[in-house]
Every structure is written in structure tokens, then in C-alpha cells.
Ligand binder design. Structure first.
Ligand SMILES: *Cc1c(COP(=O)(O)O)cnc(C)c1O
Length: 463
């Protein structure tokens, strides 16, 4: 399963994942639409194209490695979420998955809202024209300066994450002569994911205020008393790469339980409930994500049912998909460098990037797919490990994958579903220059985030 870690830990990379790639795919040249962006296809010469642009042209013009983002697909996914949730709910794109000014503009145009979790993400959003009232500000340790900036800009909501922050935000809002709309983030004791590095809703963690022991109820009591705050709802985020809706069911049950307690104690029915993000995508053909309309229907039914049972008016729902919108819309384009067959073990295929542009394999034991994209091949499938060029043996991009046995240096290969948490978590390890993000649409490619240059790096190093 792509969602569970090897029991020996994420860096235990010396065994093949059992059975997962037991058999090669029937056709190595085929591109599973589940894992590739919508407009990806092969042209008559066998070259993969996206938005009508061949990857060979992208490599020539912009170099490799590069993140290649299918703008039409991004907009279509954003719109699908917006449409699925309709007028009685809000969709906040989680900016931490991937944020750039182009993306912010697309989101604004498609009617989505935006989550940010740092002052700089906020600045990016505002500079690209996202209206402040459509921005939610998250984080477990927002600085006073960040809070001031957010309140001053007039963000739609701040999601309060601790008792100290309740007081901090109230104080800052009051000193600015404002009343800030806020939600309280609670932890509901649900672990919707088996991978402990990315599960976020069990109680032993840094985010949120536990429902347990009446702590969240106490937070609400305090927030309701403060003039600088307008408490609009309760927030819960239960994990990442979730396929099974049952975690949301338990979370909603517990959050609605708190709403009922609040009504009984204070005579107030909070108007909003935020169920967070974490909806899974297909990284390999084995993953079966749900469509936004199925998710919207399931969540709305769950909340409505729970509220009817508690005799509460159904609150306005919001959700915060990041990965589910941007993840599938991009792939990383690499050039094959060294190919090293190790007799009786495996073949290592080294590419011109690695853990600096995709840390998820090393960090979470994440699984990815890969394909030869600069040509087709009729050669036999060869089980390979795709690795980067960094000085670290855990520098793995795709742990086990089949590529054609005639793969050669200079071939272009691409790893799909890298739109989320790859560029946004990229590093300069080994002084790697972080790759550009190319947006491709209707036969044209443009740079939306340019490649870093040696000058960029040297400018930071003041000697
Ligand atoms: C990370 C995060 C999200 C987005 O998670 P995805 O897995 O990208 O959907 C949404 N809300 C909160 C509070 C988060 O921390």
C-alpha cells in the first residue's frame, strides 16, 4: 500500500517493496490517466506532450529538471471542487501544497478561497490579488508580526491553534480597532492515516487544541469573552493522503458534539465548520481517489446527519484540499544521466535532480510512477530504482519502477503527480538550483516560477 511506511522506517531502502511491482505493466508506453495530468498524451512520434507542447521542446527551451504544470487541468480541478461544494460551502486551496502568483490568480478566477500558513505565503497571495477576505491564516506558531499583518490586511479568518494565540490575536485585533473572524482548530483524536510522519490529528501533536478533557470547550469559552474576536466556527484537519471517508465521519461527529455543547452552554450556534484537507490522489495506478462531487456529497451528508441528531442548524462547511487540486496537475521532467546495473541486485537510473526537488520519497517513503517520455520503446521492461544526484544514499525519487531496458543517457523521463509538496518543499541541498515551474496551456509554455541561478545562491552568501 502506498500509504504505509516500511516498519523499519523510511530510510530502510534496501529491499524491494514486496509484491507491489511484481509484474510490469502490460504496456510501458501507456500513460495511466489516473496519475498523469489531463492533457498529457503521446504525439505521432511517441513524444509525450502536455497542453499540446512536446516535452522535448520544454527540455530544450527551459532545461531539466523542471516541474511542468498543466494549467487547464489545474483550473478544471479547482472548478470541480468549487462546483461540487456549491454555494453553501467554501473551498480553501491549501497554499502550502504549491503556491505561486499564477496559481493564486487562477484560484481567484475560479472562485476558490486560499489557506496560507506564513506571512510570506500571505504576502504572495495578496500580491497576486487574492481578496483578503477569501484568505484563511493557519499555523501553530504565528508570530505577532504575522498576526498583525493578517489582521491588518483583513483576512477572512484566522484559525486559532493554542490558548496563547487566542489572547494574542484578540489583543492585536483590538489594538488595530478590529474584530477578527476566527475559528478554533481542535484535535479530535482521529488518525486517518497510517503514516505517522504525516498524520496530524491524533492528540500527541503540535497542532490544535484537544477536544479531550474539555480543553477545546475551554478555548471556546475564552474566545467568546474577547471583544477582539468573532468566533465563527470550529476547524479540524485529520491527516493526509486519505482515501477512506470514515475518518471524516468520526471527526464530524466529534466536532458537532462540541457545537452542541457550545449551544447548550452559551446559547450560541456557531455558523461554520471546517473539515480540513488531506484528500488522497493517485501516485501510482494502485491508488483510487474519490471525485470531488463524491467527497462533497459524503461530507455534506455526514454533517447534516450529525447536526439533525444534535438538533443544530447545519453549519456552512468548508474544506481545504491542497494535494487533491494541484498534485495530479504536474510532473517533473528529468534527463537520464548515469545508468548503473548492479549484478543480481538492481539497476540504478540517476537523474539530474533528486531529493532537492522531491523530498517526499525520502521523507515519507512515498511511492511514485515514472515513464520514458521523449520516445516510445519496444524493449523489455527493466526493474529500476530512479535516484537523484545528491550525496546521500536515501536520495531516491522512485523506489521501484519499470522502464524500458534500452533506456539510455539523454532520454527524458517524467515522474507524474508531483504538483503538491515537491516545489514547495524543495531545497538547495548540494547547492542545487531549484527547478522552474512551467505552466503549459493551449500549445504554449511559460515560466511561472523561474529556475534559480548560481547568482541567486551567491547573493545570499555574503562572504
Ligand atoms: C496541509 C493542510 C491541508 C492540505 O492538505 P492536503 O493533504 O494537501 O489536502 C489543509 N488544511 C490544513 C490545516 C493543513 O495543515
Amino acid at each position: 500500500m502506498s500509504r504505509s511506511a516500511h516498519p523499519a522506517g523510511p530510510r530502510h531502502a534496501d529491499v524491494l517493496s514486496e509484491g507491489h511491482y511484481a509484474a510490469p505493466p502490460a504496456d510501458l508506453n501507456s500513460l495511466d490517466p489516473k496519475v498523469w495530468a489531463q492533457t498529457v498524451t503521446r504525439d505521432a512520434d511517441g513524444v509525450v506532450t502536455v497542453g499540446g507542447v512536446p516535452v522535448t521542446r520544454l527540455a530544450e527551451e527551459f532545461g531539466t529538471p523542471a516541474y511542468v504544470l498543466d494549467e487547464a487541468d489545474f483550473r478544471a480541478r479547482a472548478r470541480a471542487w468549487r462546483t461540487a461544494f456549491g454555494q453553501d460551502a467554501d473551498v480553501f486551496y491549501a497554499g502550502k501544497a504549491f503556491l505561486s502568483r499564477a496559481v493564486v490568480r487562477w484560484l481567484a478566477e475560479e472562485g476558490l478561497n486560499l489557506d496560507v500558513c506564513s506571512g510570506t505565503e500571505l504576502a504572495t497571495a495578496l500580491s497576486a490579488g487574492m481578496p483578503a477576505d477569501r484568505i484563511a491564516f493557519h499555523g501553530n506558531n504565528k508570530s505577532a508580526a504575522e498576526i498583525e499583518r493578517a489582521v491588518g490586511a483583513g483576512v477572512g479568518r484566522i484559525v486559532l491553534d493554542s490558548f496563547q494565540e487566542i489572547v494574542r490575536v484578540a489583543h492585536i485585533a483590538q489594538s488595530l480597532g478590529k474584530r477578527q473572524r476566527v475559528q478554533i482548530r481542535v484535535t479530535v483524536g482521529v488518525e486517518a492515516h497510517t503514516h505517522e510522519f504525516i498524520a496530524t490529528a491524533h492528540e500527541d501533536q503540535k497542532f490544535g487544541i484537544p477536544l479531550a478533557g474539555g480543553q477545546a470547550a475551554e478555548a471556546v469559552r475564552r474566545a467568546l469573552k474577547l471583544d477582539g474576536l468573532e468566533l465563527i466556527g470550529i476547524h479540524s484537519h485529520i491527516g493526509s493522503q486519505i482515501f477512506d471517508m470514515s475518518g471524516f465521519e468520526v471527526a464530524a461527529h466529534r466536532v458537532v458534539g462540541l457545537l452542541r455543547e457550545i449551544r447548550d452552554e452559551h446559547g450560541v450556534e456557531l455558523p461554520e465548520i471546517d473539515l480540513g484537507g488531506g484528500l488522497g490522489i493517485a501516485y501510482t495506478s494502485d491508488d483510487d481517489p474519490r471525485e470531488p462531487h463524491e467527497i462533497a456529497k459524503a461530507l455534506s451528508e455526514i454533517v447534516t446527519r450529525e447536526c439533525e441528531a444534535a438538533r443544530l442548524r447545519t453549519p456552512r462547511i468548508s474544506v481545504e484540499p491542497g494535494r487533491a487540486i494541484v498534485g495530479p496537475t504536474a510532473f517533473t521532467l528529468y534527463e537520464v544521466g548515469t545508468i548503473k546495473p548492479l549484478e543480481g541486485l538492481r539497476t540504478y537510473v540517476s537523474v539530474d535532480g533528486g531529493m532537492s526537488d522531491n523530498i517526499r520519497t525520502a521523507l515519507y517513503d512515498a511511492e511514485y510512477s515514472v515513464a520514458l517520455v521523449s520516445r516510445t520503446s519496444d524493449a523489455e521492461p527493466l526493474l529500476v530504482r530512479v535516484v537523484g544526484k545528491h550525496c546521500e544514499s536515501g536520495d531516491i525519487v522512485v523506489k521501484d519502477a519499470f522502464l524500458p531496458a534500452d533506456l539510455a543517457p539523454g532520454d527524458l523521463i517524467a515522474v507524474p503527480a508531483t504538483g503538491a509538496y515537491c516545489r514547495s518543499m524543495a531545497s538547495n541541498y548540494n547547492h542545487a538550483l531549484r527547478p522552474p515551474v512551467l505552466a503549459v496551456r493551449d500549445g504554449a509554455a511559460r515560466v511561472v516560477v523561474r529556475r534559480e541561478t548560481e547568482d541567486d545562491l551567491l547573493r545570499l552568501d555574503v562572504g
